[in-house]
Structure formats: C-alpha cells, structure tokens
Design a protein around this ligand. Sequence first.
Ligand SMILES: CC(C)(COP(=O)(O)OP(=O)(O)OC[C@H]1O[C@@H](n2cnc3c(N)ncnc32)[C@H](O)[C@@H]1OP(=O)(O)O)[C@@H](O)C(=O)NCCC(=O)NCCS
Length: 161
Amino acid sequence: MIADISVDDSEILAEIHRCCFDDYWSAKSFHELLSQDVFFGFIYKGKDPRGFILGKIVCCEIEIITFCILPEFQNRGIGKTLLTEIDNYAARHFVKNIFLEVSEDNVVARKVYKDFGYKEISRRAGYYQSQDCFKTAIVLQKACPYFAEMLANSCGYFFYK
Ligand SMILES: CC(C)(COP(=O)(O)OP(=O)(O)OC[C@H]1O[C@@H](n2cnc3c(N)ncnc32)[C@H](O)[C@@H]1OP(=O)(O)O)[C@@H](O)C(=O)NCCC(=O)NCCS
C-alpha cells in the first residue's frame, strides 16, 4: 500500500533512512521538513513501512530530496513503484521538470532513474563527503511529458481562439 507522508511519519522515516545511508537524518529533521507545505512524499507499507520517497515542489519543478527502501526489501520493485507515484503527482500538479542528485557510484539508483527517463544535466565534484572520501554527484533531470502535452493543448487553444 502507498500512502502520503505526513509529519506523523517522521520517526519511521528517520528509522528507514538510518538503515539506508551513512549520513542519515534525524526524526527532528524530517519533522521540520514535513512541517513545510512544499515538501511531500509517499511511503510504501507492506506489513510494516518498507521505503519512502520525499520531494519538494516549487513552482513547476519537483526535486527528489531523498529516496530509500529498507535493504531487505530492495530489488522487489518498490523503488519503481514510488517513482511512478512521483510521476503521477507531477502530472496532477502540472510539473515541468523533476530533478535530483545521485552519487556517481550508486549503480542501482542510477539504473532505476535511467529506466524512468532521467538524464544527466551536470556534475558536482566532491558533493558527497563520507569519512575522508569525496564523491561526485550527478544531477539528473526529467522533463514531464504531461507538461509538454498540456502546453501543446493550451497553445492549440490560444491559436484556435
Ligand atoms: C535506489 C533504491 C531506492 C531502489 O529501490 P528498489 O526498490 O531496490 O528498486 P527496484 O526494485 O524498483 O528496481 C531496482 C532495479 O535495479 C536493478 N539492479 C539491482 N541491482 C543492480 C546492480 N548491481 N546493477 C544494476 N542494476 C541493478 C534491478 O534489477 C531493478 O531493475 P529491473 O526492474 O529492470 O529488474 C534502493 O536500492 C535504495 O534504497 N538504495 C539505498 C539508498 C539510495 O541509494 N537511494 C537513492 C539515493 S539517490
């Protein structure tokens, strides 16, 4: 089952995040983010919560802020299910672009984003720092087809008028 994320999920989001990242975020951080209107997301629940995706929407753009599935539930299609939810949300909100940053060495995430039509637009050297290691971030972007369709339809409307 997929549900909208709310501030009440802050503890569980922090717990999942801790299992997936070295530089994990606290429940307080999630609470602060989710108290702001621009942040939204989806949580995947089986018997228990298994993963989530958190985004930020500003004007016509979404940024995927963080995205993770508990290790024992990875590779079962949950990540792709949540990305589909983001696409649906983007369509409902007339979003033009979705973008995100991913570590250059994150093979699985890069594969999943590629399958969903995300394309590299730039690189940020040394963006991720863990212990003494600096890693390059790849900035990916996806143009939402629904936005182009809507634009084409409205242009048609204005030309017709
Ligand atoms: C990235 C992440 C969210 C993906 O979620 P997921 O539920 O495992 O993803 P899915 O099961 O939907 O899809 C995984 C895909 O990667 C493929 N894959 C798995 N391991 C792979 C590997 N080593 N190399 C290449 N592809 C791989 C799978 O075959 C699958 O592709 P398919 O649908 O064509 O078979 C999850 O791995 C995760 O939480 N990682 C840790 C946190 C993280 O890196 N988040 C992203 C930060 S940008």
